[in-house]
Write a protein that binds this ligand. Structure first.
Ligand code: BDR
Ligand code: CA
Length: 371
């Protein structure tokens, strides 16, 4: 347990005090107060927790990510903003509300946002996520109500209300985040960090080049990647190495509760689907982005300059990463260019290139077990 003094220890201290002369309590009270004072900061208090807004298209792995986040004391989830992607905007909002309700967290603002990508038609992924986006598991109707604000406006307001404190965790297409930046660029220096699930420097999952979240709104992703804020890319390079296997499902299924029972059903669906397509397990794309927000040491990252391809015939939506952060300088001499040296390019993204996958799995399972 991540505490200097366990609750049992503090209770036994109190018992010792009450079994002795009551008069002594007067003298011991300051000592007990000191012990409590030093014990408390070791638990992640809400004040110390990282304030996050999760922008999501829920979505099976989004659902796992959200439940991981709300069960992690390191995070203070302020809002779930919904973007269309895996499912339509309407279905996504319904799913987000049901997830907040399942976790008994109606205090979290849940808001709908964009209805479609900036410049292209929406592509939904019920094929991978089930008809309702949640592995066809029917959750009870939500007790929580949607926030009336438009998601990009909510993001803008929350960032201004807590300058330099909010971490954005976009785990769907980047449409809402891009709209927020376009409407109010002054939020950029006020955001603490952006941890994006999206992109790849080793091939795509929708086609040879592109990862789904970026492919579903490349122009929005390019706006977000070039905004100038600290941005970590948790892409396929690490997501594909973070497989939830049948062994993990069996481990999770050992304890029961509304949240863990739901997750066992969702993860069984995902593992079965992955096995059908020849994989050993289901990639934990979105949960890993939340994992990186909880504990950045789970992933290893390298600073690179990354652009999002918005045109190419075969590469629209690809995250094109410069691993050396250098480009050749070509100078025109008459009829031809001659390379005259190398120019530096500024890295804009911490690209995750390594992951401690099993440590992450045990964090995920541990956090949702018994819920
Ligand atoms: C991403 O695409 C979606 O299907 C998942 O929820 C994840 O955010 C992975 O490419
Ligand atoms: Ca997602």
């Amino acid at each position: 347990m991540n505490q200097k003094f366990s609750p049992a220890f503090l209770i036994s201290i109190t018992r010792i005090c009450s079994s002795r002369a009551r008069a002594q309590l007067f003298f011991r009270a300051p000592i007990i107060a000191l012990l409590v004072f030093f014990a408390l900061p070791a638990q992640a208090s809400p004040a110390a927790a990282r304030k996050v807004i999760i922008d999501t298209d829920p979505g099976t792995d989004d659902a796992i990510a959200i439940l991981l986040a709300v069960n992690s004391p390191e995070l203070d989830v302020r809002a779930l903003t919904v973007v269309p992607g895996n499912v339509t905007a309407q279905q996504g909002l319904e799913n987000a509300l049901k997830l907040a309700s399942l976790a008994n967290r109606c205090d979290i603002a849940v808001a709908g946002g964009a209805q479609h990508p900036l410049f292209q038609k929406l592509i939904t992924a019920e094929f991978w996520h089930g008809k309702n986006g949640l592995a066809n598991v029917e959750l009870p109707a939500s007790k929580c109500k949607a926030d009336a604000r438009f998601a990009p406006d909510l993001i803008i307001q929350m960032v201004h209300a807590a300058p330099h404190e909010i971490t954005l965790v976009p785990i769907g297409p980047e449409t809402n985040i891009a709209l927020a930046v376009l409407k109010d660029p002054s939020i950029v220096p006020l955001v603490k960090e952006v941890i994006v699930m999206g992109g790849s420097i080793s091939g795509g999952n929708v086609n040879a080049a592109a990862e789904a979240n970026i492919y579903n709104d490349p122009e929005a992703a390019q706006i977000v990647f070039q905004a100038g804020w600290p941005l970590t890319m948790v892409g396929l390079d690490v997501g594909n190495a973070t497989l939830f296997t049948r062994r993990h499902v069996e481990q999770l299924a050992k304890s029961h509760g509304p949240e863990s029972d739901f997750l066992v059903a969702v993860l069984s669906f995902l593992v079965t689907l992955s096995e059908k397509y020849g994989y050993a397990g289901a990639p934990m794309y979105d949960p890993l982005a939340v994992g990186a927000a909880i504990d950045s040491t789970i992933v290893k990252a390298q600073a690179m300059h990354v652009d999002v391809e918005t045109r190419g015939d075969f590469s629209r939506g690809e995250t094109v990463a410069n691993r050396t952060n250098e480009v050749e300088r070509n100078v025109l001499h008459g009829e031809r260019y001659i390379i005259e040296g190398l120019d530096k390019v500024q890295p804009n993204v911490e690209v995750c290139t390594g992951v401690d996958s099993e440590r992450f799995m045990q964090l995920l399972i541990g956090r949702v077990q018994g819920k």
